[in-house]
Design a protein around this ligand. Structure first.
Ligand SMILES: [Zn+2]
Length: 309
């Protein structure tokens, strides 16, 4: 196993990568994302001034606003999926907040500890210096950085300018304006103040993740979490960003086959091109052999972490 690119420190003894690891584009992982509407709070940065609604013309280059979707909202969404994967396997996940933080609701921390979380960092000991998988992957405190690089997603409304192998997406930015209106009868719905909300519509692209240490259990956890988020994408708690009551943030998500070449990844993105037979063969290897091997590594790591804990 000495020539494996995988980090062997926590590698299960019986882990064997079913394909030559050289053929995988790990440690990069691409998550294909599609969402009709996303409103991630403060999580959008645009490269232009905002077009005025009165004289909006879609083909005016000034209105072709590009920008970036911040990784912060995406990261919380992914982390939540990862936490749930651990909890479904009867393990607890690191609480995202410090136990000493002053939460608005007094009992919230204790309540979470009873609902599948352990106190942040309590999973770290001499035998397990990286802590639980959530602590290990997303980083904790004591200056230990996470092992997962989560990039922002640059977006453009012009499809020809989008390259999903660079973790980009097609998306259409709008600033939505609305009024908060008075509910007093005598005011007859008078607008009290105007509010604006940044949103992107028709998001279609990929989120580019990289693991700093190539551990098979990281890949297993990320794959399991994305499947879970995709399968439950209309459940309030698994939607992405704000405005969830309005149906924003229902995301179709899928980890792209790490056996794909860049050319094949671009093919996935090209609506008119079907998968080649080489890609179909790779899909079979991925779903029948490779993905299950990573999931087995995930299960072995969780068993190791919960042993005697
Ligand atoms: Zn932990």
């Amino acid at each position: 196993m000495s020539d494996t690119p995988f980090d062997e420190t926590t590698l299960p003894d019986d882990f064997a990568c079913p394909v030559d690891p050289e053929e995988l584009h790990l440690p990069d992982l691409y998550v294909a994302l599609e969402a009709n509407l996303l409103a991630p709070g403060d999580g959008i940065i645009t490269d232009r001034h905002h077009a005025s609604a009165d004289n909006y013309e879609a083909d005016d280059p000034m209105n072709q606003i590009g920008g970036q979707i911040s990784p912060f909202a995406l990261s919380g969404w992914l982390r939540h999926g990862c936490e749930r994967v651990l909890q479904q396997r009867d393990a607890t996940a690191c609480h995202p907040g410090e136990s000493s933080a002053s939460f608005k609701l007094e009992d919230v921390y204790e309540r979470d500890l009873e609902a599948g979380y352990h106190e942040k960092g309590s999973c770290v000991d001499a035998d397990r210096p990286a802590g639980c998988l959530i602590h290990d992957l997303f980083g904790g405190f004591s200056g230990r950085a996470g092992r997962l690089i989560r990039r922002p997603i640059p977006f453009s409304p012009v499809r020809s300018q989008v390259d999903i192998t660079d973790g980009e997406a097609e998306a259409h930015y709008r600033q939505l304006a609305t009024h908060v209106r008075s509910r007093n009868d005598e005011d007859d719905g008078t607008p009290l103040r105007a509010v604006t909300r940044d949103a992107v519509g028709n998001l279609d692209g990929a989120w580019w993740l990289t693991v700093r240490d190539l551990k098979p259990e990281y890949i297993g956890l990320l794959c399991a979490a994305i499947s879970l988020l995709n399968d439950n994408n209309d459940a309030y708690r698994f939607q992405l960003g704000g405005a969830r009551n309005f149906g924003a943030g229902i995301v179709d998500a899928q980890v792209l086959n790490p056996l794909y070449t860049d050319k094949e990844i671009r093919r996935v993105d090209h609506r008119r091109w079907n998968a080649t037979s080489a890609m179909e063969e790779k899909d079979e290897t991925w779903s029948e052999e490779l993905r299950p091997a990573f999931i087995d590594a995930l299960d072995a790591r969780i068993a190791h972490d919960t042993e005697g804990a």
